[in-house]
Design a protein around this ligand. Structure first.
Ligand code: ADP
Ligand code: TRP
Length: 321
């Protein structure tokens, strides 16, 4: 089975990315053919500072490698290093009805946030469909926010297959419902672009500052608290096993709990959780050329697979003459 997913280098990777997608991706390398890539072409839709994009691309690569992605067991590369992603996008755009893209929640959300509308933003799901279909992926592990993009990829594949005969595998979304939406500091979905994230790799002081900024309600210490509507509980439970979660729930349901104390505990828990990866992350940061080489080798392997699909697609649509 082929498992594939990508992540945008549009900012520092955070614990929402980790629990929503990265952790399950890394596990897949043990039991499937894993395709994992950094989607720098997608990030162009929001990042207009070239130095920053290049920097974030390297950072995302180092984060994944430090967290356990093994380039020997999986294919790991940077999207633009395989030009077939952009090439297939153009071919697929001829099989993408405007209405399909006009219904995209993520496009509508971006417009609602006053992002300037342009063709790249509108065509984002077509590039994502190309990413997936190029490698004939069976399963795409993502957070719930990406479900509609997967449906669009399936629709595009279906209409292409209908016209030209079976060409693309129809991909299934792999959404872990327990981890579908990780809340941010303010209770909205944690996102690089909302300024409400706890990054995976922070200094201890930065981590403290972020955790202390988690918004809680105004209930007094003497009052009982509601774990299910509490954002702090929502983040804490990611790091606790079922006993740990039950214990904290009990503390919420009795008078006396201080949010500040829970926050202090949470700082230590997050710090220790990522400790084994932090050392590896620091070592990689000292060897950027090694990281570049790993990504370049990954792109060579990915391109071999991409070329098989592209040759078939070009033949079917008549680009080979
Ligand atoms: P961001 O919103 O921070 O820019 P991306 O859109 O790059 O994140 O998402 C990368 C992956 O991480 C996707 O699979 C996405 O579904 C997942 N993801 C991002 N934020 C969350 C979250 N808060 N909860 C669960 N999954 C998330
Ligand atoms: N749109 C995805 C996100 O923001 C990133 C992405 C691009 C992706 N191409 C992909 C995810 C292909 C899975 C498969 O999270």
């Amino acid at each position: 089975m082929r498992v594939l997913s990508g992540i945008q280098p549009s900012g520092n990777l955070h614990i929402g990315n980790f629990f929503g997608m990265m952790r399950s991706m890394i596990k897949w390398q043990e039991k499937s053919e894993l395709f994992c890539f950094i989607v720098n072409l997608h990030a162009l839709t929001t990042v207009t500072d070239g130095t920053k994009l290049a920097h974030n691309t390297m950072e995302a690569a180092m984060d994944f490698l430090a967290l356990g992605l093994d380039p020997e067991k999986s294919l790991f590369w940077v999207q633009d290093d395989v030009p077939e992603h952009a090439e297939l996008t153009w071919i697929l755009s001829n099989h993408t009805p405007m209405g399909l893209l006009e219904r995209s929640h993520s496009y509508k959300d971006k417009l609602a946030k006053n992002m300037p509308s342009n063709l790249g933003l509108f065509a984002y799901p077509v590039l994502m469909a190309a990413d997936i279909l190029l490698y004939q992926a069976n399963l795409v592990p993502v957070g719930r926010d990406q479900k509609q993009h997967l449906e669009i990829a399936r629709d595009i594949a279906g209409s292409f297959n209908h016209i030209y005969g079976p060409t693309f595998v129809l991909p299934e979304p792999g959404i872990d419902e327990d981890m579908a939406v990780i809340p941010g500091l303010d209770g909205q979905k944690m996102s690089k672009s909302y300024g409400n994230a706890i990054d995976i790799f922070l200094t201890k002081d930065e981590l403290k500052a972020r955790v202390m900024a988690i918004v809680t309600d105004a209930r007094k210490v003497s009052e009982v608290k509601d774990p299910d509507s509490c954002n702090l509980f929502g983040i804490y439970k990611l790091f606790a096993d079922s006993d740990g979660q039950a214990e904290l729930r009990e503390r919420y349901l009795k008078p006396g709990l201080k949010y500040a104390e829970v926050k202090k505990e949470l700082v230590e828990i997050i710090w220790n959780y990522f400790a084994p990866y932090r050392e590896k992350r620091e070592a990689l940061a000292k060897k950027p050329d090694t990281v570049r080489m790993i990504m370049a080798e990954g792109a060579v392997k990915a391109r071999k697979v991409a070329t098989i699909t592209m040759d078939m697609v070009k033949e079917r649509v008549g680009l080979i003459y």
